[in-house]
Design a binder for this molecule. Structure first.
Ligand SMILES: C[S@@+](CC[C@H](N)C(=O)[O-])C[C@H]1O[C@@H](n2cnc3c(N)ncnc32)[C@H](O)[C@@H]1O
Length: 603
């Protein structure tokens, strides 16, 4: 087949005019020529005609000026290389432009055409298939020009090209046939990585002086693994602290930004508010080295941080965790009660933060907002109140006439009354194997690694956290109660009933334990834990339950399904209420002791 048939220009032309038959028609026309015939050339002309003649598809087009405009030509040299004229202006001169044998085409008007100054096809405004450029293109293999310099055919297939024109944004069309595919989360994630890599962020690290010797190849000893775990914890803590600092600064930035706008308006009174905002934004961008759009995007999230801080206090911001970014980015719940709820828990949150994380306010030094710790001591030495700051526990019993005031010592484990039991623990059950759980029959040990009993891991044989509960003022005549700050799933332990393990106490609240042969009491009059403040309900969400841990009887408060934010309640039992001269205030429809005083009037 003649090489012209495969010339890129031929391919482009057939693509350009969507004429797949062009190459085959050309091939059959060229069949009579020898492939190595140097005299063969393909001349490409253009004819101007009326558009209606095209629409009507009339084969013999009548034009106003039926002259063809020569565009260029292709020929074969040395049986190998395809060539085009070096420049379209060569078409002006028959001697320098067309090959000798093309002169023979003069009878169809070519002679005249050659004398015209034509620089190529004019770009069609409607189809925009060809555009004028400053540069000329060449065959990448041969270096020969493929077409006149100031005409560039829009690439149809794999072509590298650059454009010096400012890219116009595509106007959205309503009748787009196929909807555009949105980038996937993975695409966005990867694009995010690329953006980060190309951002002006400054990363720096400082390593600890002594690092564990990593030896994956030779095996990891317990010591090395412990060291790696320590390293992991250390840097988790550090990155959480850094993240908290970042959020603090960003929330504070919003306050400074607003204050700066006010200052700019004072400095430049002729500025409108919008101009002052713009000026402050530019000042920020110049230091942050961010584009204005980037800062605006971030600012939207930072405003969310500030709003959360304004409602829930700095503690709500610092202990919010990484989910806060998403909450603020999409303003989840901002118009749906988030802020009132944060306002509601603000002081309770501060109690927990101050008592469980006494150093948390140090982080606020970064923006000079650190104040003194408001709530010190044990977390349950404070009674939280819906309407204001928490109260010291003792003050909530001022209505009782107590000679020495209200004194309660918080302890984590039962204290054995040695005056009664000497060195014995009356809770020890002698007839059972202390190493086997009576419930699950698995091995029980205080060593987390070798313990297999997972009946109540929050209390025994697992990692222990401070229970997410607080004392609160019930405001309905029960005085204090215990509120769950997080959900407790049904069957999970909330706490052990802890107090003085003794015997022979009468007339006050005690928990009975042991057996009829070996009884004991747990008395919470002077010491114990928060279970001392759990109120009764005739429809309780928790219950007392006995459990043996390592052969010792424990009395647990186990959840029947406690929702976050609800009061933890147990059933004190009929025998308890028979001795209490008070009406039950649980408010349940089936309350058994609501009219107790009328039934058993005080004697
Ligand atoms: C172990 S204390 C519970 C904590 C107590 N509310 C407080 O402020 O110290 C038990 C006492 O709380 C009160 N109480 C508990 N549940 C109650 C209820 N459902 N109705 C009325 N009083 C209740 C009773 O006075 C009861 O004797």
């Amino acid at each position: 087949m003649h090489p012209i048939v495969h010339h890129p220009v031929v391919t482009k032309l057939s693509d350009l005019f969507d004429n797949a038959d062009f190459a085959s028609q050309l091939a059959s026309t060229l069949a009579s020529f020898s492939p190595h015939d140097e005299g063969v050339c393909l001349r490409i002309d253009a004819v101007v005609c009326a558009s209606n003649s095209l629409k009507s598809n009339i084969p013999n087009i009548t034009t106003k000026n039926d002259k063809s405009l020569p565009l260029g030509w292709l020929t074969v040299k040395n049986n190998r290389n395809l060539t085009t004229p070096s420049h379209v202006t060569s078409l002006k001169s028959p001697a320098s432009g067309y090959p000798a044998n093309s002169q023979s085409t003069s009878k169809d008007g070519c002679d005249n055409v050659r004398h015209k100054t034509v620089s190529g096809l004019r770009p069609s405004k409607s189809a925009a298939i060809a555009v004028t450029t400053e540069e000329s293109d060449s065959d990448p293999d041969t270096g020969n020009r493929l077409r006149p310099s100031n005409v560039r055919i829009e690439p149809s297939v794999r072509q590298f090209h650059s454009d010096t024109r400012f890219p116009q944004r595509k106007k959205p069309t309503k009748d787009t046939a196929t909807p555009a595919l949105q980038p996937s989360s993975i695409d966005k994630f990867i694009a995010g990585i690329w953006r980060q890599v190309h951002s002006p962020v400054t990363l720096s690290v400082s390593f600890p002086d002594r690092r564990p010797e990593f030896s994956l190849g030779t095996g990891v000893s317990e010591t090395v693994f412990r060291a790696v775990n320590g390293l992991c914890k250390k840097y988790c803590d550090q990155s959480r602290s850094s993240r908290a600092l970042e959020i603090i600064v960003q929330a504070y930035w919003v306050e400074c930004y607003e204050a700066r706008i006010a200052s700019i308006r004072l400095e430049r009174p002729h500025y409108t508010n919008a101009e002052a905002r713009m000026a402050a934004l530019k000042e920020a961008c110049s230091t942050l080295t961010w584009h204005e759009k980037e800062l605006r995007n971030r600012m939207a999230v930072w405003r969310g941080y500030k709003e959360i801080k304004d409602s829930g206090g700095w503690a709500s911001l610092i202990f919010a965790g990484s989910g806060i970014y998403r909450i603020c980015k999409y303003r989840i719940g901002f118009d749906n009660g988030l802020m009132p709820r944060l306002r509601h828990i603000a002081s309770s949150l501060e109690v927990a933060a101050d008592t469980l994380h006494p150093g948390w306010r140090d982080l606020l030094r970064i923006v000079s907002q650190n104040g003194p710790c408001r709530y010190s001591g044990h977390p349950h030495e404070w009674v939280t109140v819906d309407t204001g700051p928490a109260l010291p526990l003792g003050t909530t019993y001022s209505h009782l006439v107590l000679p020495n005031g209200f004194n309660y010592q918080f302890v984590d484990d039962c204290v054995i009354d040695q005056n009664v039991f000497g060195g014995d623990d009356p809770r020890r059950e002698l007839g059972i194997d202390p190493n086997i759980c009576q419930l699950c029959k698995e091995k029980q040990t205080d060593d987390l690694v070798s313990n297999h009993c997972s009946c109540f891991p929050a209390l025994f044989g697992g990692v222990r956290y401070p229970p997410p509960v607080q004392l609160y003022n019930t405001t309905n005549g029960k005085n204090n109660g215990v509120i769950a700050r997080c959900e407790f799933d049904r069957g999970t332990a909330i706490a052990e009933f802890v107090g003085l393990v003794t015997r022979g106490i009468d007339g006050v609240d005690v928990m009975m334990g042991g057996t009829p042969e070996r009884p004991y009491q747990v008395f919470q009059g002077q010491m114990g834990n928060f279970t001392r403040f759990i109120n009764h309900s005739c429809r309780p969400n928790s219950q007392f339950q006995k459990f043996y841990w390592r052969g010792i009887e424990r009395i647990l408060v186990v959840s029947r399904g406690v929702a976050a934010g609800s009061e933890i309640t147990v059933d004190y039992s009929d025998s308890y209420w028979r001795k209490l001269r008070k009406n039950c205030l649980c408010g349940e429809t089936g309350c058994r002791f609501a009219n107790q005083l009328e039934t058993y009037p005080a004697t």
